[in-house]
Design a protein around this ligand. Structure first.
Ligand SMILES: Nc1ncnc2c1ncn2[C@@H]1O[C@H](COP(=O)(O)OP(=O)(O)OP(=O)(O)O)[C@@H](O)[C@H]1O
Ligand SMILES: [Mg+2]
Length: 272
């Protein structure tokens, strides 16, 4: 059954296809202190189709994390409507959310971390163990099940976070700069792994990044945002073929033009 609701108190329930995300006339204002307000997002309209890989690309402070939190249901819009599937009692059960800067829970082993969302969802112990082990194997971490996060490298912990997000099998996966502070080699290898896992699962992903090449390599759609207040500067389709090898994406036809277009949107004509 598809359970759908608007994210605004008092709205009538509105249906959206499973995995799709619709954002209509959304504004988000935060109160910075008693005297001042910050307009984090203004006039956001988006219609994201199910089963697509979408990146939010833009400079620091343009509202990427805020938009992701609105989709997750963690924040409410000041005005406008966010629709996605499976909101139950105002909790959006249809999304898995990997917050910015957050890794695995440091007090739990890798296995306990990956099992955790299934435990919360009430999945029986044997079944959650089976699914957690399956995903730990898919992200190449077999043998490290009993390690605590401090006993894993940064890249291994990120792969663990990926397994913990994907094990839930949600129609929508939200990831906020999941590969942020990693070295270039580890980052490329994680991008390739995420691409391959996603091409198998094909849920809807909304992935936040500052990195133009990462956005092109991973995405079907890139939402470019501009700051103060956060607005949509452009919605760019990425027509590069799949399955993708992230290392050879820069050699694909159309890459150079797409890269230049995105750079111009982000930095203006003079940056090139
Ligand atoms: N809880 C909050 N209270 C007040 N202001 C906030 C809050 N969260 C975000 N903001 C403000 O909203 C704006 C957008 O913030 P947001 O975190 O969404 O940006 P971002 O694009 O994710 O930035 P970054 O790339 O640095 O993570 C910023 O001006 C920020 O200061
Ligand atoms: Mg952010």
């Amino acid at each position: 059954m598809q359970i759908v609701a608007s994210m605004r108190p008092g709205d009538a329930a509105v249906h959206a296809p499973r995995g799709s995300i619709q954002i209509e006339n959304v504004n988000k204002t935060y109160r910075e202190n008693a005297a001042s307000l910050v307009v984090a997002l203004e006039g956001i309209n988006l219609d994201l189709p199910a089963n697509s890989f979408v990146s939010l690309l833009g400079p620091s402070g343009c509202g990427k994390s805020t938009l992701l939190k609105l989709i997750a249901g963690i924040e409410k819009p000041s005005s406008g409507v966010v629709r996605c599937t499976e909101v139950v009692d105002r909790v959006n059960t249809g999304v898995a959310y990997v917050p910015q800067g957050r890794g695995l829970f440091p007090w739990m082993t890798l296995l306990a971390n990956v099992e955790f969302p299934l435990k919360i969802a009430g999945v029986a112990p044997a079944e959650r163990r089976r699914r957690a082990l399956e995903w730990i194997a898919k992200v190449n971490l077999s043998g490290f099940e009993q390690n605590f996060p401090r006993q894993l490298s940064g890249g291994m912990e990120k792969r663990g976070s990926l397994a913990r997000a994907l094990v839930t099998d949600k129609p929508i996966l939200l990831m906020d700069e999941p590969f942020g502070p990693l070295d270039a080699h580890t980052r490329l290898s994680l991008q390739q792994q995420l691409t391959q896992l996603w091409e198998d699962v094909k849920n809807t992903v909304v992935f936040v990044t500052h990195d133009v090449i990462e956005a092109i390599a991973l995405s079907d759609i890139i939402i470019v945002m501009s700051p103060r207040p956060g607005r949509i500067a452009d919605v760019v389709k990425v027509a590069l073929p799949r399955p993708r090898n992230v290392l050879s994406v820069p050699d694909c036809d159309g890459f150079v033009e797409l890269h230049a277009h995105l750079q111009r949107l982000l930095f203006g004509e003079h940056a090139l």
